[in-house]
Design a protein around this ligand. Structure first.
Ligand SMILES: Nc1ncnc2c1ncn2[C@@H]1O[C@H](COP(=O)(O)OP(=O)(O)OP(=O)(O)O)[C@@H](O)[C@H]1O
Ligand SMILES: [Mg+2]
Length: 280
């Protein structure tokens, strides 16, 4: 492990490297404690070359030993390299697709062969998920939030199209099973206590539906079938994956998950650093 890739994001700093068996290894640290990342690097003197990307890379740089060789690249290029590598490993590659990176916020790209363009984004992302969840339920821990959400129900909180018609036939082209208003039932009923898991499941619904709606519109605009969803917000998050998968499928597009999907940027930075070394 003399070369590692680092993606220092707004919330998490991701690290990727290959071990002695040439297996990819990944790990992450909170970006509000970059000293932990520096400690990991300092504890491994065999690390000499760093590929670096992400909004907090410069801050991390200040904590690192001058003797390390750095190769920096912008985040979208690192993500593109990582996604390409992961896609080839898994699907044999995709020529054209939409890539939605659900990080602290969400950034959406269009990949056309070797061209990669940022086409949209929204502030609704993983930060929103944890922020709203914490404000509404007092749960701050991401893993607690995602595992509780997996057991929750949305039907007491979301207003569905079918609810608006209250048993009457829903006229085309409306779909009774679609969400008419995320959290929309709450304001229509007398105040009551809601189950924590249900609030968290509904928050996953809100974030997942906003991100997939935007991504699907772009897939329609660019006439592609596949939407690759990445970002650590998907990590161990069955509820969010289910929301995204089913909504994307309903709109006749295919959701693709890569495995290690939070690490595309770090993997891209690792590949870039290795390439720079082999060019010398
Ligand atoms: N262990 C964890 N601690 C905190 N958040 C986590 C954890 N695991 C998953 N998450 C989720 O992942 C989100 C961060 O995703 P990601 O690491 O892709 O973003 P980032 O790269 O830090 O942000 P950005 O790319 O917007 O700068 C968090 O907002 C949270 O929803
Ligand atoms: Mg990121």
């Amino acid at each position: 492990m003399n070369t590692i890739g680092i993606d220092a994001g707004g919330t998490l700093t991701k690290i990727a490297y290959t071990d002695g068996n040439n297996e990819l290894q990944v790990r992450h640290y909170p970006s509000n404690d970059l000293a932990q990342v520096a400690a990991f690097i300092n504890a491994h003197p065999e690390i000499q070359i760093l590929g670096m990307t992400g909004g907090r890379a410069e801050q991390l740089n200040l904590l690192l030993n001058d003797s390390l060789t750095r190769h920096s690249l912008v985040e979208f290029e690192a993500t593109f390299r990582g996604v390409n590598y992961q896609l080839k490993r898994q699907e044999g590659g995709l020529e054209r697709c939409i890539v939605a990176n659900i990080g602290s916020g969400t950034s959406i790209h269009y990949k056309n062969g070797e061209a990669y363009t940022r086409v949209s984004g929204t502030g609704i992302g993983g930060g929103t998920l944890v922020g709203l969840s914490a404000l509404m339920t007092g749960e701050y821990d991401y893993h607690e939030i995602s595992s509780l959400a997996a057991t929750g129900q949305r039907k007491n909180i979301d207003l569905m199209v079918a609810d608006i018609f209250e048993g009457m036939e829903v006229p085309a082209p409306l779909d009774p099973d679609l969400t008419a208003s995320n959290f929309g039932k709450v304001g229509l009923k007398p105040p009551q206590d809601y189950v924590k898991a249900d609030i968290l499941a509904t928050t996953m619904g809100l974030v997942g539906e906003v991100v997939s709606t935007l991504s699907i519109q772009l897939a329609e605009q660019y006439q592609v079938e596949h939407i690759v969803y990445i970002g650590t917000t998907l990590d161990h998050n069955t509820k969010l994956r289910d929301v995204i998968t089913s909504y994307t499928k309903l709109k006749k597009k295919t959701a693709v998950f890569l495995g290690d999907e939070g690490f595309s940027g770090a993997i891209g930075a690792l590949l870039y650093a290795k390439e720079q070394v082999s060019c010398v």
